[in-house]
Structures are given as C-alpha cells and as structure tokens.
Design a protein around this ligand. Structure first.
Ligand SMILES: *[C@@H]1O[C@H](CO)[C@@H](O)[C@H](O)[C@H]1NC(C)=O
Ligand SMILES: *[C@@H]1O[C@H](CO)[C@@H](O)[C@H](O)[C@H]1NC(C)=O
Ligand SMILES: *[C@@H]1O[C@H](CO)[C@@H](O)[C@H](O)[C@H]1NC(C)=O
Ligand SMILES: *[C@@H]1O[C@H](CO)[C@@H](O)[C@H](O)[C@H]1NC(C)=O
Ligand SMILES: *[C@@H]1O[C@H](CO)[C@@H](O)[C@H](O)[C@H]1NC(C)=O
Length: 448
C-alpha cells in the first residue's frame, strides 16, 4: 500500500519533470539563443495593433466624427502627429491620442484640435487633431479616445502613422517632382476627352502622379481611370463620404443644404498635401478640368526653377484662372478629329478664345505649392503656411479652364485668341489616342 503510494508519487514527479523539460525545450527552440530565459506571458490587452483601419474614412467610436488619416508632422514645436478628420462642429469634445509603440499600447497624450475651417455653414468641417508622441515610444499607429487613459480591453481602431521620419535628406530622395491633386470626383461626371487631354498634357509638362479622390463617376471615365491607375500615373483614393454623411453638391449650406461642403473638397485637398509631403517636390492644386500651363517654359520644372530662383523662400505660387468658353469653337476645325467622335466630353483643342478676367470682382487662383511649407490649404488660397506666397504673372503661367462661359456679356471679338495648347499638339494627340485605344474608345475611322 505504502509502496504503491510511493511509486505513484515518483511517477507523478517523473511526469512533472518530463513536462518541465519539454517546456524548456520548447522555449529553447523557439526563442533566439540570446534569450533563453522563460519570457513573461504577454498580456493581450497591452499588445497592438489588433484592428487597423483599411478605409479612407473611419468613424470615431463614441462620437459623431470621422477620421481620415494620420501623419507624422513635427514642423510645429511640441507636436508630432497630425490626424486629419471630419468633425461635427457642434459636438467637438476633448480627445486623447493613444499610441501603438512597436507592439505595445502607450499611455495617452492630450490633443490640440484645430479651429474649424471656414466650412460655409455646414455641420461637418475638416479638422486637424494634433498631439505629442510619449517618450521612448516608437509609434507605428495612433488612435483617439474620448477619455484619458485607455479603457482596459477596449477594442481600438488604429490608424497607421504615415510620413515616418527618414533621417533627413528627404529633399534628395523625393520620388516625384510634380503631383496633381484632384479633389472629389462625384455624380456621373463623364467628361472623358477633356480628362484624357488634360492628363496627357500634364504628363508632357512633367507631372509624375495625379491623385484623385473618387466618390463616383460615369462609366467611360471609370474605365479610363482604371486604366490610368493600373499604369500607375493616377492614384485613385476611394472616397465613400456618401456612406457616412449627406455630402452637398454645392459649396454653400444656405444654397444647397447637406452635411458637408462639396463632397469634402477641403478634406481631400489637405489629405493630398500631406500624402504628397514626403514624396513630391511640388503639388498642383486644381480641378479636373483645369490645366496649370507655363507660357514661357516647355515644362513645369523649368518654370519652377526660374520662380524659385527669383523668389526663394516661397512655398505658395498663385496661378490665375482663365476661362475658355466651350461654346466658341476655333473656325478651321483642324483639331475636330474623327477618331475622337465617339468619345464623350469636351475637346479642349477646339476652344482657343479666352476671357479676360473681370478684375473688379474677386478673381480666383489655383496653386502650385511646396507641400513641406504648407500646413493647411483651402481651394483658392493657403490658410496656413511657412514662407512667402507669390502671385505668378499671367504671361509666365496661367490656368487654362475650358468650361461654360463665365462672362456672358463678352462678345467673341472681346475674347483673346490663345493657342498655347496647340504648341504641344504633335505629341499630345498621339498620346491621347494611345490611352483611348487602350480602353477601346478610339473610333476606328481616322485611325492610321
Ligand atoms: C522603430 O520601429 C521600426 C519599425 O518597426 C524599426 O524599424 C526601428 O528600428 C525602430 N526604432 C527604434 C529606435 O526602436
Ligand atoms: C474589434 O472590433 C472590430 C470592429 O468593430 C471587430 O471586427 C474585431 O473582431 C474586434 N476585435 C476584438 C479582438 O474584439
Ligand atoms: C466602440 O465602443 C464600444 C463601447 O465603448 C466598444 O464596446 C467597442 O469595442 C468599440 N469599438 C471599436 C471598433 O473601437
Ligand atoms: C525631377 O527633376 C529633376 C531635374 O529636372 C530630374 O533630374 C529628375 O529625374 C526628376 N525626377 C523625376 C522623378 O521625374
Ligand atoms: C470610383 O468609385 C466607384 C464607387 O465606389 C467605384 O465603383 C469605381 O470602381 C471607382 N473607380 C475607380 C477608377 O477607382
């Protein structure tokens, strides 16, 4: 009896010993040679990130706000992170940044929330939330909380932190010289020919990337965009703002109602400036039917080289908008090309009559900026920047905007003939043909 008990005891000890050795063996094999001690078991609530947002628009839990993206931005002393969001103006409360530091959740830090942008009377507005990274934190992701200090086991949606530091020398390592930012595309916009001509014109001028925020568009334009984005010239950013808000098609709440100005145009323009900050020397901010055109240089780089030399320490170049009414056609019809007959949209080569701007009323500009010198932008001007601004004379550079007539009182004789686009026709036309052929939109008649 006693022996059996002893035997069972020994057996039990033996089992324990074997289990222990197996356990040790397990860790010896799994962990690198230098860490042979048994690690403390990880506490799941302290590890991160569990749930990373893969959307361009992420609702912020427990609030009415939406988050768009997070960027490293250390240009303002004491602040490290800028989160671009869409906030409901009447319910802005204090918020706290929570960081994921190389796999571990940090403590929270307080935030500075920007004063709302001019939002033209709408309930939702573009908002920047800024905060500091805690010391000794190698931050990879950030999240916002409505209370300081993390609720244990809370399930955060994390935003990846973009534009992480690359230890200086950024200027020399820029991937692009010129990026064009096109704010929100919506409705059934299907102006394919003007779009293809504009993009090919920009390519000839030295643009490397066109970023487009897409809520929706017409079927032919959609297939052209897919083709351009496959090739890599166009970067499509999904912008499903209509899933979260009632975006307005207008710019003024009192006129068109809705939750937010023009499908969130100011949010997308600012997002694009930050998206381009670490990779593009210059950013052009203009609409889908506008071309910022140098008139004394063959490309944007020689234009900017000259402007930078003449105006050092300038980060914002204002370019005057000039309207070419699409109702007036160039009379010879030499660019009314048969292969473009089946392509929806305006043929900009056929419109050569330019309105003089009415300088007695507000005259809008579009911009070429150095993104690293801009903190916040609006559509026609920059709201916050470092460095100077310069109004570029119209004989050096101006914007070609083929559209409906702006100054209806002007007769054809009062318009100026402006054939600048024709200077590029020899390369432009075959390049436009090529992209249209690629998506099967080139009419066979007239092709050679
Ligand atoms: C911070 O994290 C990145 C990415 O995990 C890593 O490459 C880098 O070496 C880390 N730096 C420090 C100082 O821990
Ligand atoms: C966290 O929340 C997300 C979405 O709300 C969900 O998909 C995910 O399964 C949750 N994860 C955990 C660990 O609870
Ligand atoms: C949202 O908040 C609720 C309640 O605080 C929590 O249960 C849930 O996990 C949170 N979800 C996310 C995605 O953060
Ligand atoms: C940018 O411009 C410089 C100077 O003209 C040129 O050397 C360089 O190749 C260009 N980079 C890109 C990405 O086009
Ligand atoms: C644009 O957005 C619509 C709606 O989400 C989508 O169906 C379409 O494929 C998108 N087009 C491109 C080129 O990304």
């Amino acid at each position: 009896m006693e022996k059996a008990k002893q035997f069972r005891g020994t057996l039990f000890l033996l089992h324990l010993l074997i289990a222990f050795f197996l356990f040790i063996l397990c860790f010896t094999v799994r962990t690198p040679r230098t860490y042979r001690t048994i690690p403390k078991p990880r506490l799941p609530p302290n590890t991160c990130p569990f749930h990373i947002s893969e959307q361009t628009i992420t609702p912020l839990n427990n609030t009415k706000h939406l988050l768009v993206s997070a960027y490293m931005d250390q240009r303002v002393k004491g602040l490290d992170i800028r989160i671009i969001g869409i906030f409901r103006k009447d319910s802005i409360q204090p918020l706290y940044c929570l960081f994921c530091c190389a796999g571990q959740v940090s403590r929270t830090t307080p935030t500075t929330i920007s004063k709302p942008f001019n939002n033209f009377g709408f309930a939702f507005t573009t908002t920047d939330v800024m905060c500091q990274i805690p010391q000794k934190c190698n931050a990879t992701h950030v999240s916002l909380l409505t209370k300081p200090d993390r609720v244990r086991g809370s399930n955060q949606t994390w935003l990846p932190i973009r534009n992480q530091k690359t230890n200086g020398k950024e200027e020399n390592k820029l991937q692009f010289n010129f990026t064009v930012c096109i704010s929100t595309l919506f409705g059934d916009y299907n102006n394919v020919l003007q779009f293809a001509q504009t993009l090919e014109m920009y390519r000839l001028l030295g643009v490397d990337r066109v970023v487009i925020y897409n809520t929706s568009c017409g079927p032919e334009l959609n297939s052209l965009l897919h083709s351009y984005s496959q090739e890599g010239f166009v970067e499509m950013v999904p912008w499903p703002i209509d899933r979260f808000l009632k975006p307005s098609r207008g710019w003024l709440f009192s006129q068109s109602g809705g939750d937010m100005h023009y499908f969130g145009q100011l949010t997308t323009l600012n997002e694009c400036v930050y998206r381009s900050m670490a990779r593009s020397r210059y950013v052009l901010l203009n609409d889908i039917d506008e071309i910022i055109m140098p008139y004394k240089h063959n490309n944007l780089m020689s234009l900017m080289d000259m402007l930078q030399q003449q105006h050092p320490n300038t980060g914002v170049y204002l370019i005057e908008s000039h309207v070419f009414p699409k109702k007036h056609f160039e009379p010879s019809g030499r660019f009314h090309l048969p292969q473009w007959n089946g392509v929806p949209g305006v043929n900009i080569l056929e419109h050569i009559y330019r309105e003089d701007p009415d300088r007695n009323v507000y005259h809008p500009h579009k911009m070429i900026i150095q993104p690293r010198l801009v903190e916040r932008t609006s559509v026609h001007e920059v709201l916050k920047n470092f460095g100077q601004r310069f109004r570029v004379p119209m004989d050096v550079c101006r914007m070609i905007h083929v559209r409906v007539v702006q100054r209806a009182s002007l007769t054809l004789q009062q318009l100026n003939e402006d054939k600048r686009l024709w200077d590029f026709q020899e390369k432009l036309i075959p390049n436009v043909d090529k992209v249209l052929r690629r998506v099967g939109m080139l009419s066979s008649e007239g092709q050679n």
